[in-house]
Write a protein that binds this ligand. Structure first.
Ligand SMILES: C[S@@+](CC[C@H](N)C(=O)[O-])C[C@H]1O[C@@H](n2cnc3c(N)ncnc32)[C@H](O)[C@@H]1O
Length: 212
């Protein structure tokens, strides 16, 4: 039987172990702080029945922040590529729909889960570990998987800002979403972090305004 409780610190220990075994997949030196997790989850709709997808759930700190905000009756899914973290999430959070897979296959993974789109997508993917073409592919999958007018959030640390791959990703955010905003920084995260949010275009509203 799955346990509803977990020993204190087990998320962090499991995550740090995964970082040591596979630093180029994890892309972090520590789990996100609760403050950053809450900021990233602030886009989660509070409407009943909302569907929220998390990308790169790792040790689960953001999963917990999403759960705190999502009203009962919604669906919360988490896509994670690292098998050790997938096992940890399934053991420690039986309430979470954990999908073992690559965020670059998001559309297919959602269809397999019986969904076409989500109301919001929350990410802590390591964008600067991705080549430019992979950044574009993953971001296109994300934008196509969010309902019109739905929200996306993604965490980034201040330490990656000098890198060309970060600038490439930041440019893709602007070209992918109708509006982009910056939240933070959260200085007490290790390292300090920002959250970018994006909202998908909502042509239904334009149609209503023009009568189309
Ligand atoms: C920076 S860590 C964030 C972990 C956790 N959400 C947190 O904030 O502490 C990035 C996570 O994304 C996962 N990841 C990396 N590439 C991925 C991909 N292509 N698809 C899904 N998950 C991926 C890593 O295994 C890792 O758990």
């Amino acid at each position: 039987m799955l346990s509803q409780t977990r020993p204190a610190g087990s998320d962090t220990l499991t995550f740090l172990g995964a970082i040591m075994r596979n630093p180029h997949q994890l892309g972090a030196i520590a789990p996100s702080s609760k403050a950053v997790a809450r900021l990233a989850a602030s886009i989660v709709p509070t409407t009943p029945g909302a569907v929220v997808v998390e990308l790169g759930a790792g040790g689960g700190v953001i999963s917990d922040a999403i759960r705190d905000r999502l009203p009962p009756g919604g669906r919360q899914l988490a896509v994670e590529v690292n098998e050790g973290m997938v096992d940890h999430l399934r053991r420690s959070r039986p309430w979470l729909e954990v999908i073992s897979g690559d965020a670059g296959d998001l559309g297919k993974l959602l269809r397999e889960a019986g969904l076409s789109q989500a109301d919001a997508i929350v990410s802590s993917l390591p964008w600067t570990l991705f080549e430019g073409a992979q950044q574009k592919r993953v971001l296109e999958e994300i934008a196509a998987s969010i309902v019109p007018g739905g929200s996306f959030s993604t965490i980034t640390t201040l330490t990656v800002m000098p890198f060309q791959r970060f600038r490439h990703f930041r440019g893709l955010m602007n070209s992918t979403f109708a509006t982009v905003a910056t939240l933070g920084p959260i200085w007490r995260n290790v390292p300090p972090a920002l959250v970018y949010t994006g909202v998908t275009a909502d042509n239904r509203l334009a149609g209503e305004v023009t009568g189309g």
